[in-house]
Design a protein around this ligand. Structure first.
Ligand code: ADP
Ligand code: MG
Length: 191
């Protein structure tokens, strides 16, 4: 992709079909993260559009628009994997100590219909059962690899099935030494 290509000219990743779905690999990406990864993102968690998310058994926390400018200018739409951490706010913390640790995550980067598909949105599912919602809490994210392009869903069942596969692929892909290292990246707040 040339440097001069603007976001609006950039095509979304191609939609894939059933045959792709049936042959999905269980581990993706090289043994060591390669550029543009790691990509570090962060900011207060925003309210989404209330579509999908919890209804699909997969809540996704949204990062603020300005925090994803870098990634949306270099990365294609689709699903990514990495680590995320929710930070403890100064007051009103309803989360447990476990909730505030670094956890594996799967992120969907997609064109946002709310902005007539002129902007991207990053939605992050953290692979951990939280005690409570964490809207407005600061979230730190390290993106380490790409899982797949957006898929063209014919059914809700197929979508849910793919989300489950994504979580598995993310877990397995992160469970390699050069990826695990990033769970203690300097971007996170560690004790
Ligand atoms: P929204 O449309 O507001 O994004 P969702 O149904 O996607 O609604 O739920 C997202 C919210 O759920 C997050 O902002 C966060 O506060 C909460 N949440 C609870 N558990 C998780 C989790 N494991 N990963 C991401 N968000 C979670
Ligand atoms: Mg969401």
């Amino acid at each position: 992709m040339s440097e001069t290509t603007t976001m609006s000219q950039r095509p979304a990743a191609p939609f894939q079909t059933e045959s792709f779905r049936l042959t999905r690999p269980q581990i993706v990406g090289p043994e060591t993260p390669e550029p543009p990864f790691p990509i570090r993102l962060g900011g207060p968690v925003q309210r989404g559009f209330g579509r999908g998310g919890k209804d699909l058994g997969c809540p996704t926390a949204n990062l603020p628009d300005e925090s994803i400018e870098t990634i949306s200018s270099i990365a294609k739409t689709g699903v990514y994997y990495g680590y995320a951490q929710v930070l403890c706010p100064k007051k009103g913390n309803e989360l447990s100590e476990e909730d505030l640790k670094v956890h594996p995550m799967a992120m969907s980067l997609g064109w946002n219909p709310f902005y007539k598909n002129e902007r991207m949105t990053a939605e992050i599912h953290i692979m951990h059962e939280f005690e409570a919602d964490f809207y407005e809490y600061d979230m730190r994210v390290v993106v380490l690899g790409y899982i797949r392009p957006e898929l063209d869903y014919t059914s809700r069942e197929a979508l849910i099935e793919d989300i489950e596969i994504d979580k598995n692929v993310a877990q397995r892909s992160l469970d390699r030494p050069e990826y695990r290292k990033f769970s203690s990246d300097k971007h996170f707040v560690l004790n």
